[in-house]
Ligand binder design. Sequence first.
Ligand SMILES: [Zn+2]
Length: 103
Amino acid sequence: MKCPMCEHPTKVTETRSIAPQETHRRHHCHKCGHKFTTIEVIAEKVSGKLKAPPPPKTHQWRKPVKAAPSPYPTPAPTPLPERKVRAEDLLEAKRLRDSLEDY
Ligand SMILES: [Zn+2]
């Protein structure tokens, strides 16, 4: 399959069988780096009659949305109250750990 961005032949990097008769293929263009997915289905299943297969659907993987920088200053982190570890708590934690290891 040719890259929709630069028309360079692409390589299939991943093939997934989503349903018994539906296959998703992940393509990678080594010329421009574009990545896209095609969905392969049986033409008769889609149209009900034998017709020319539909053009392959391309699916864009969504890029993570970056949050806009806040116009307000970031509040200083609230310090957590100091926690005192007691010897009894440590012994209790060890006892629980030991009892879990029995499983
Ligand atoms: Zn390309």
